[in-house]
Structures are given as C-alpha cells and as structure tokens.
Design a binder for this molecule. Structure first.
Ligand code: ASP
Length: 350
C-alpha cells in the first residue's frame, strides 16, 4: 500500500461524454437530459483547487450511456490516442448504465498503457445537493494525476473510480441502480480506496513492460456476438435462434453456478452444432462471484466436451468487449478462441 502526493504540475484531460453526472431536469417533460461541461465546472468549484492543469473535451452529442455504440468507443480511443502525449492522465465522464462495457472494451483496444484512463460518473447529477458526482470527479482527477517518486503513473490502467473505490475497468459490473455504490469488482480487489488518503494497492496494479513504450491502439471491432442466458424452461427454438443465428460469430453462454447448463440431449446437440460451424462459444457464469469450472459437474463437462471455452471469472461485459476486440483484429475464429483463453489485460484469472 502507498499513498501519493502529487508531483510536478500534472495535466489531465477530462472527456465529457454525458451521463447523469452532467444531466438536469428538462422542465418540458421532467426527464433528465445532459447539459454542457461549463456547468459541471461551475457546480464543482473544487476542481479549480486541483494542483495541476485540466483541459476538457466535450463529445457531441452528449449521450445517455444507454446509447453507446461501437463508434463511440472508437471515438473515445482516438481522442485519448491523439492527446496521449500532451497529458498525464485521462478522466472520462460517462453514464453509469454502460460504463463497465465501455471500460472493458477500451481496456482491450489499447496495449501498453503508461497513463491512467479513469472512468467516472454519478448516481445523482452534480447540480443536486446530495450528489455523489463531486467526490467521484475530484478523486478521479487526483488518481489520474498520481505518480510515484520516479514520475510514473501509479495506476496506468483503464479503471472505474466510483464511491471511494478504484477498480480495474474490465473487472467491474454495475450492481445498483439506486445506491451510491453502483459498481463492484467481484473477482478482483480494488486497486485503490479513497478515505482521508487514497490508498493504492500497488501489488494489484498492472504495469507496462516499458514506460518508454507508446501504446498501440486497435480500434477495429466486430460486434457479431450474442448472449444466451440459460434458464429453466428455455426452449429449443430460443437456443437454436441464438446459437445458430446467421449473423453470430460468437456466443457468450451465461450459465448457472460454476458453468453448468441443461444436460438434455437437444441442448447439447445444438451446442455441438454451433461449435461444428466454428462459432466461438464462451461460458460465463450468471454468478457474479467465482469462476467457471467445467470439470466440476457432468453438465459443465458436457459443454466443455462440446467445444465451449471457459470464460473463467470474467464478467459478461468483459467477455463481450474482449470478443468485439479480438474478432475485430482477426477473421480467424481459431485465433480468437486461442486468445480468449489468455489473460490479456488482467480481466481473468486463468
Ligand atoms: N442513464 C444514465 C446513463 O447511463 C445513468 C447514469 O449515468 O447514472 O447515462
């Protein structure tokens, strides 16, 4: 554990994309709509006390994160890539609904990151007295600027900072639509916790192979992935439509417990048929804590034997982002399968 004072005069780029943090009530229909960044800085004067420099870029249009699309992630990646040299860290203001998806996919789109990329947002808009947005934003900026005595970023990763916790982005999931503690990283401890001091767990952080490295960005994404959430009573037609869909290259199978699915003949036959077509089938548990182990029960073993890959302790958001990224890099499903089983950005414990 270490705590870090700021060093030098760090510069942070704030990228405002929308989300509750910057919304206010539209009197015409009483719904929350995004407003512009200058009003955020007005509502968070604490930002002016930050010892470094902050600049901002506002996305146009500002969106509710339910409207996030792959083109949005590509724009985000390009914005960071094009401004990488000029800043010590990046803070992305983003809606909470799909923040884990965005943080996951972005973590795969960049390799060799040497600077922090911190997503944050809030459950209540910054203009509301009890907002959680101020603390989230101010701490995210401080974390994005934090360096060790040799001037290297303390957390050169894509993360989410929310409600006193800094979490690896591709380990997170949104778990609460009302409480301030909206995110969990169920299978990996927080990288830092903010109290009076921000305490960093250095041993949990991933560092680049070389600090001199310029990160490489792969912005191609292939989104032909479906999610099959198994449940008691699921029908053969539903399973067939999802597993054998003509526009589906990969299927994330959200299974029970440690990776189990119905053992009935028709189910396994459909899985075998999809595998024989070369589809990429990945097993992720519906449980948020723990890992898939397809050797434990006969029902799990049948999936493994049919050609389903373990998603280990991945979140669905992370498996989705990883598939989008790997499939965007290659049209060869065997290559994608091989890399799905590897821990690329700290997203799984193999
Ligand atoms: N619907 C909002 C969004 O994701 C919710 C939020 O920001 O908390 O943009």
């Amino acid at each position: 554990m270490s705590t870090s004072p700021l060093q030098g005069r760090p510069s942070i780029l704030l990228i405002y994309t929308g989300g509750t943090i910057g919304m206010k009530v539209d009197p015409s229909d009483q719904t929350l709509k995004p407003f512009d960044f200058s009003q955020i800085t007005e509502e968070v004067p604490e930002l002016r006390k930050f010892a470094g420099k902050t600049d901002s870029i506002t996305f146009d249009p500002l969106i509710d994160s339910s409207d996030v699309e792959p083109s949005f992630w590509q724009m985000l990646a390009r914005t960071i890539r094009d401004n990488y040299e000029a800043y010590d860290g990046f803070v992305i203001l983003h809606g909470t609904d799909t923040m884990s998806y965005s943080a996951s996919v972005l973590s795969f789109m960049v390799r060799g990151l040497t600077k922090p990329v911190i997503f944050t947002g809030s459950q209540l808009p910054v203009g509301i007295p009890r907002t959680d947005g101020k603390e989230n934003l101010v701490s995210a900026v401080e974390i994005a600027a934090a360096k060790d005595p040799s001037g290297h970023a303390l957390v050169p990763e894509v993360c989410i900072y929310f409600n006193e916790k800094l979490m690896r982005g591709n380990r997170t999931t949104k778990v609460n639509s009302e409480g301030f503690s909206a995110f969990r990283s169920p299978n990996y401890p927080p990288l830092a916790e903010a109290g009076i001091n921000i305490r960093y767990s250095n041993s949990l952080v991933r560092y680049p192979l070389s600090w001199e490295e310029t990160p490489s960005w792969d912005t191609e994404l292939d989104t032909r992935v479906s999610i099959l959430k198994v449940h008691p009573g699921i029908t053969p037609q539903t399973v067939r439509d999802i597993l054998l869909g003509s526009d589906t290259r990969a299927v994330i199978m959200e299974t029970f417990g440690s990776g189990n699915a119905p053992s009935r003949g028709w189910f396994i036959d459909l899985v075998r048929e999809a595998a024989a077509e070369g589809k990429i089938l990945v097993n992720v548990s519906q449980c948020i804590w723990g890992s898939v182990d397809m050797g434990l029960y006969a029902t799990g073993r049948a999936l493994r034997e049919a050609g389903v890959l373990s998603g280990f302790d991945s979140t669905t958001e992370s498996a989705l982002g990883k598939l989008f990224h790997l499939m965007g890099m290659s049209g060869d499903n065997e290559w994608v399968k091989k890399h799905m089983l590897e821990n690329l950005r700290g997203e799984i414990d193999v």
